[in-house]
Write a protein that binds this ligand. Structure first.
Ligand SMILES: C[S@@+](CC[C@H](N)C(=O)[O-])C[C@H]1O[C@@H](n2cnc3c(N)ncnc32)[C@H](O)[C@@H]1O
Length: 258
């Protein structure tokens, strides 16, 4: 496939940041989807609950659930994301949510013990380390709820196949590893679900733009405009409509504090 190198270079020259990666969002195949995590979590919220979102990003997840709880706190270590969250909160006139710049789990000790009914982390740092899980245990009230969405080992396997893995990955099933860590550290795991679907990017350029934002955020050097792997990606993973089809793999893990 012949690519328009000027177009690729324009994409490479643009400023890349995490949330630009989701604009425009790719088309999703809805068949067999479990649904969206916010809808699922809303079913488990009660109006008196205090909720902590670890790695809250631009704060949209708490803001979507704002009518389901009493108080929500979002923490993130990226000042730009916290600023976006503050702006969204002001624009929406929401009063029962706060956002704080805070490194997790290093600075989690600043938050009072047993002060939350539900902790969530949507592709955030909470379940990545033993310290993260121990900090969650301290922050949750007894019998409190924990919900995490994590990236699975098959996520964007088409990109990995062509470009190699962007980050080091643990061996074996990632969800099993998280299950083990939670179960051994005071949590009773109630849900561990691998969710796979297909995402369709309009064309190779739309995908490449998305991917450059993601690579930059992950600290992965961007390829040169004439890197043959970009054309290879188009050849291998275009569908008949010219869309780039990628596998999305996330897993949900939800637990109760013992
Ligand atoms: C993949 S993004 C997901 C953001 C948001 N949960 C969402 O779904 O849009 C991960 C977020 O976690 C934040 N983060 C990563 N490591 C962190 C840490 N150690 N402490 C606090 N926030 C962290 C990042 O800044 C980023 O906003």
């Amino acid at each position: 496939m012949t690519l328009n190198l000027e177009h690729i270079q324009t994409i490479l020259n643009a400023r890349h940041f995490y949330y630009a990666a989701q604009n425009p969002p790719p088309r999703t195949d809805e068949r067999w989807r479990l649904g969206f995590y916010t809808d699922f979590m809303l079913r488990h919220l009660t109006p008196s609950m205090r909720v902590l979102d670890v790695g809250c990003g631009k704060g949209h997840i708490l803001m979507e659930m704002v009518h389901g709880f009493q108080y929500g706190l979002g923490i993130d270590n990226d000042p730009e994301h916290i600023q976006m969250a503050e702006e969204a909160k002001r624009a929406a006139g929401v009063t029962n949510v706060a956002f704080r710049l805070l490194e997790y789990p290093g600075q989690a000790a600043q938050l009072p013990a047993e002060s939350f009914d539900l902790l969530m982390s949507i592709r955030g740092p909470l379940p990545d380390t033993l310290e993260g899980i121990q900090a969650a245990y301290r922050l949750l009230r007894p019998d409190g709820l924990l919900f995490c969405q994590e990236i699975g080992e098959l996520h964007y396997q088409e990109v990995t196949e062509v470009f190699g893995r962007a980050q080091e990955a643990p061996e074996g099933s990632w969800s099993k590893r998280h299950w083990d860590m939670l179960q051994k550290n005071g949590f009773d795991v109630r849900l561990a679900a691998d969710n796979l679907t297909k995402l369709y990017f309009r064309d190779i350029y739309t995908w490449f733009d998305y991917q450059c934002n993601l690579w930059t955020w992950l600290g992965v050097p961007l390829p040169e405009a004439d890197d043959p792997r970009i054309a290879l990606m188009a050849e291998r993973h275009s569908n008949p409509a010219g869309e780039i089809a990628l596998t999305a793999h996330v897993f949900w893990i939800a637990a109760v504090k013992k």
